[in-house]
Design a protein around this ligand. Structure first.
Ligand SMILES: [Zn+2]
Length: 328
């Protein structure tokens, strides 16, 4: 049976596709950032995991304008957020500096607007990677981190960042710089509808990523549309085999628009990790919370081997191997 093209199955892809070719202005966040270490550690607080889709001309539910996206980075830094990696959340060895709030930035659907090259081999001005790099050059204390949940076999422009002859080069570029890659199925299959294709979608999704980076550990998976299959099928999301090809997902991400529990919290469920929508409404709320409700967030103690929480939260803590608990 022929695969359903991704662009046909998504309402939000129905608009014009806009090339990422306009330079987004970036303000200098170093002049506006909050002083480091001003918040007490609270490592059982919530962690924001942002989900961006297209980075293009305007703000819609599934598109962030280049200008707004660039400004999000400025505001994240200003409010004391600090990019964390997937692998840090997996191991619990969080290296976020003392007083900062870890934020995981994720990008779904491997749109060409995330990563595009010009004919001369330079990054296209205004694609997400270019905007991030430009921001990082001016803000050395805001590391380049992000997770791309990719669709290797979707229709253009979501087919593994669009330029098929450059997939290998892009994957090397991303993984060399510390960006991370996760699976988002092969072509954005709704796994409730395509229950019979779960193993095929997931095994081949991993296989296609590892074609470009040998043995790349694909342990993270984001559900298309955030839609889970029926409960009895959920174990099939975690590991399986299709025609001799295997997959094993230790972290499964939803699209529920909630803040994630701390990875040390007994309530944290690695197979249902909450993500926020990277759109105007949710980001505005996040920045409001960062202004008026800072106590709800995970604030790092700066020591990856110690988990520091309020005494009243101690019972809920689940330490990772080699870690010790500190309370106050
Ligand atoms: Zn998606």
């Amino acid at each position: 049976m022929k695969s359903v093209p991704f662009s046909v199955s998504l309402i939000f892809m129905s608009g014009f596709y806009l090339f990422c070719n306009a330079e987004a202005p970036i303000a200098d966040a170093s002049k506006t950032s909050a002083p480091a270490g001003t918040l007490p550690p609270n490592e059982l607080g919530k962690i924001p995991i942002l989900t961006y889709h297209k980075i293009a001309d305007e703000n819609t539910e599934y598109t962030r304008s280049r200008e707004s996206y660039a400004n999000d980075l400025v505001l994240l830094k200003k409010h004391g957020f600090y990019p964390v990696s997937l692998s840090e959340l997996r191991t619990g060895k969080i290296t976020t500096p003392k007083g900062k709030i870890p934020v995981l930035i994720t990008y779904d659907d491997s749109s060409e607007t995330h990563f595009k090259y010009e004919a001369d081999g330079s990054l296209s001005p205004g694609c997400a990677v270019e905007i991030m790099e430009r921001f990082q050059k001016k803000n050395s204390d805001f590391p380049l981190r992000g997770v791309f949940f990719v669709l290797p076999k979707a229709a253009y422009p979501n087919n593994f960042f669009g330029q098929t002859e450059l997939i290998g080069k892009k994957m090397k570029y991303l993984t060399d710089r510390g960006f991370e890659i996760g699976s988002h199925t092969l072509w954005h299959a709704n796994l409730r509808k395509y229950r019979h294709k779960i193993e095929e979608q997931l095994a081949l999704g991993t296989y296609e990523i590892q074609k470009y980076v040998k043995n790349y550990p694909v342990y993270a998976f984001a559900l298309p549309y955030g839609i889970f299959p029926p409960k009895e099928d959920e174990p099939r999301l975690r590991s399986g085999t299709y025609k001799g090809r295997h997959y094993k997902h230790e972290m499964i991400f939803d699209y529920s628009n909630g803040l994630s529990h701390s990875v040390y919290d007994a309530k944290f469920d690695t197979y249902h990790i909450r993500r926020l929508h990277g759109n105007e409404k949710t980001l505005a709320k996040l920045f409001r919370q960062a202004t008026t409700q800072k106590h709800i967030f995970f604030v790092s103690d700066g020591d990856p081997n110690t988990v520091t929480v309020k005494k009243s939260d101690a019972e809920r803590v689940r330490l990772k191997p080699g870690q010790k608990l500190a309370t106050y």
